[in-house]
Design a binder for this molecule. Structure first.
Ligand code: ADP
Length: 580
């Protein structure tokens, strides 16, 4: 069941934005000042043009004076060019800097999340946040501040100048602007929800598409292509509706706003014309005013666009920062387990509320003991393994490691004690050293090589660059057996007292599996082992065998005793022997 990751509320968004701007004060100031200077340089041209017209009209214009002013226009344009270049530069630096911090915070938090949180939320939600949401916020960061500063400044100066030249024209402009206020308010009331819904629908769609792609073989095997296509179609339908929702908001906002912003020009032309005919304003002054109003239209439209863009970015920002609401991996030491024992007390667990998969498991595992967990498919064996390794916490009851509930232990502390080895041996793209040192970042080469030697990975000596050899995608391809040895070398480095094995070698072909089991045996030496056994010979060698049926342990004891008892295990053993 997918549970979406949290979204930051308005208060947190406001607080985080203020905090970001505060820590970036220097950069923000520089970019705003440079932008304003560039804006100021841009105003000089129209002013000088108006003066030239006035002088020509008055008859006071001399060739030298007009030339001088023309030079002034060119100088102002050049200054604007240079200042804009530096303003843009500092804007991009600011944007990339903030974005880097946001990304690092996001990735840091994502990596410190307990596995169960990531599993429940699904990778689609995380991926959408890390890609689409980061892109939207980045786009806004790179543009919003300088643009808003510049356009607000331009508007203030332009309106100030218009008032100064002709208060009556200024008044006409100012009264016609509030015409767009209702439509902007209408938009703002709806936009947050609409954009959040769009983001969440996108996450859901991506989640399902990537699950279908990853499980392509299973989908084919079960012949459920039709269902998956139907689900994708449904997701696309939902996304289409969500996108239409936000598009509808934009199609109302922009035409109304842009239409509204044409009003000042129209009114000024009308009133200005009448004023000029009655001698109330000089032609040069009127032309300057009209040029200024014309210049003001673009900043007004751009500001409205920013209102829209900021709404969208705020929704993305809220989704990015929502991660901070999740419990962080505790940095405080927390309780320290005492002893190496593991105890399960009346453990119950349900993946789907109301459908208990484990229904009261009690088990006391002694240090150094080897327990095989057997039982029919779907009985809950893997779930027990997940709870033991802290990948999830029980719904009720307790899983105690050294007397401390698993959920109270920080992942770091737990990993030094209990490690789950399953069939997924992921090789990360990077060097072999990086792949192994994940388990012990401070380990030197001698320790790393010793860990590899312990799992029989003699092939390391034949690699072209030893530990520095690039492996994973694009590097040397490690076959499943080698990948498993790398995983086991990590276990050696972690040196846990307990290892939970879940089908660790079942995906390997028999020959490889035998070699892998030898490596495994070396790793398991001297540790407590809980083996979820799918091949019963593991059970035969165990100190005790626990039979799980329907979420309960129905039998437990040494192999010989259970055989003698003639119960479920004896039946399993007999049928396994019969078929093997
Ligand atoms: P086993 O390892 O004994 O085959 P599992 O522990 O894998 O059994 O599964 C126990 C039950 O829980 C099964 O009925 C299975 O369908 C169900 N189950 C396992 N994983 C999930 C999951 N992620 N979501 C919902 N149900 C699950």
């Amino acid at each position: 069941m997918s549970e979406r990751l949290p979204v930051a509320d308005r208060t947190q968004v406001r607080r985080d934005t203020t905090e970001l701007l505060r820590t970036e004060r220097g950069r923000v100031t520089r970019l705003v000042v440079l932008t304003l200077l560039a804006g100021a340089a841009g105003l000089v041209g129209p002013y000088l043009l108006g003066r030239i017209i006035d002088m020509v009209e008055d008859g006071t214009a001399t060739l030298a004076a007009v030339d001088l002013m023309a030079v002034g226009v060119v100088v102002a344009a050049c200054a604007q060019l240079v200042l804009t270049r530096y303003a843009r530069r500092s804007t991009y630096r600011f944007g990339e800097h903030v974005l880097r911090r946001l990304r690092e915070d996001f990735v840091g938090r994502a990596l410190s999340l307990p596995t169960r949180v990531v599993e429940r939320s699904g990778t689609g939600d995380l991926t959408t946040r890390a890609s689409a949401d980061v892109a939207t916020v980045g786009e806004t960061l790179r543009g919003a501040l300088p643009d808003i500063a510049l356009h607000t400044f331009q508007l203030v100066v332009l309106f100030g100048a218009i008032f100064w030249i002709s208060p009556l024209l200024g008044l006409c402009v100012v009264v016609s602007i509030p015409l767009v206020v209702p439509v902007v308010r209408w938009y703002l009331r709806r936009s947050r929800q609409a954009y959040l819904a769009e983001g969440s629908t996108l996450s859901g769609a991506l989640e399902n598409v990537s699950a279908t792609a990853e499980g392509g073989r299973t989908v084919e095997g079960l012949g459920i292509q039709g269902d998956r296509i139907e689900m994708t179609d449904r997701d696309v339908g939902l996304l289409y509706r969500a996108r239409r929702g936000t598009l509808r908001l934009r199609t109302v906002l922009f035409p109304f706003a842009e239409g509204g912003f044409m009003m000042p020009s129209a009114i000024a032309l009308l009133v200005g014309g009448v004023l000029y005919l009655n001698g109330g304003i000089a032609l040069g002054a009127l032309v300057t005013c009209l040029l200024y109003i014309e210049q003001a239209v673009n900043p007004m439209i751009r500001l409205t666009q920013w209102v829209e863009q900021i709404q969208r970015a705020t929704a993305s920002f809220a989704r990015l920062r929502g991660m901070q609401r999740l419990p962080e991996e505790s940095t405080t030491p927390g309780p320290v387990p005492e002893g190496d024992g593991i105890t399960l007390v009346d453990v119950r667990y349900a993946y789907v509320p109301g459908h208990d998969v484990l229904r009261g498991i009690d088990l006391e595992i002694r240090p150094g003991e080897r327990i095989a967990v057997v039982g029919p498919s779907g009985a809950g064996k893997t779930t027990i393994g997940r709870l033991l390794s802290g990948a999830d916490v029980p719904g009720s009851g307790r899983v105690l490691v050294g007397g401390v509930p698993v959920g109270a232990l920080s992942p770091g502390v737990l990993r030094e004690r209990v490690v789950l080895v399953d069939q997924e041996h992921h090789v990360f793209t990077g060097s072999l050293r990086e792949n192994i040192a994940i388990a012990a970042p401070d380990a030197d080469d001698t320790r790393l090589l010793a860990a590899l030697a312990a799992v029989d990975a003699g092939w390391v000596r034949d690699l072209p660059e030893g530990l520095d050899t690039a492996v994973g995608s694009g590097g040397v391809d490690l076959d499943p057996a080698r990948a498993q040895q790398v995983a086991l070398a990590r276990v050696v480095l972690l040196d846990p007292h307990t290892v939970v094995l879940d089908e660790a070698t079942s995906l390997l072909d028999p020959r490889t599996a035998r070699a892998a089991e030898r490596s495994l045996a070396a790793v398991l030496e001297g540790r407590t082992v809980i083996a979820i056994a799918h091949r019963l010979h593991t059970a035969h060698d165990a100190d005790r065998v626990a039979v799980v049926e329907g979420g309960r342990i129905t039998e437990i004891g040494p192999h010989d005793e259970l055989i003698a008892a003639g119960g479920a295990y004896a039946a399993l053993w007999a049928s396994w022997h019969g078929t093997d």
